[in-house]
Design a protein around this ligand. Sequence first.
Ligand code: GLP
Length: 249
Amino acid sequence: MYKIFDSVEEAAYYTAQRLFSKIQAMPAAVLGLATGSTMKPVYSQLLQLLDENPVDLSQLCTYNLDEYIGLSAQHPQSYNYYMYEYLFSKLNLPPQNTHLPDGLISDCEAVCQAYSHAIASQGGLDLQLLGIGSNGHIGFNEPYTCFNSRTHVVELSEQTRIDNGRFFDDQSEMPTHAITMGIKDILEAKEIILMATGRNKAEIMAQLFMSPIDEALPASALKKHRNLTIVLDREAAALLPEQALKSVI
Ligand code: GLP
């Protein structure tokens, strides 16, 4: 199902509401969280909703999608830092209930397996939030990642290093590898919300709309999912074919 909004704020509010409703209805929900600029207004609206309608968060549990290899949790561009900065430091959520992959791992295989296993042992993700890379990646599952993948270490594509390198003071600091939840882990979530905003996401959203399910476009795996909502603002929806827009709104 597509939801298309006039502005980024409205799109973010819809997504924040969905997260808030899930937390209200299921105080022990397991949430899959995402980072990136798309999620900043979502988290800020979620904080506002929780501020106005306090909910007991003591049983809520979160798992983030990914982290750069080589960055500590204190590095301002690490996803651990992002989550602390934009959400966790402002929420009354027990720190032991929040999970992100560790960017400074040494025994990669064991750590990756343990991450997917931890999610499954909690009964899986109740709601997974996703952004999308301009090359169609979800988490850091780059094009041609196997749809059966579990948490793994990935070499970042040239496109991703260019896209995300702009956030680093010096482009050469941009990591070459990351650890990401796998596509199978993501697809096992009971509900998925993919959100994209801005003109720079219009091409990939049009490609995704047209694409068959194909490992060349990781986000196309989501077409197999029975409870997927794609949340867009007008700009990200700008290149969807006219007839598609009519049928999805
Ligand atoms: C990174 C993350 C993705 C995210 C993407 C989009 O690459 N690994 O999970 O979806 O960025 O980021 P933005 O929202 O900044 O466009």
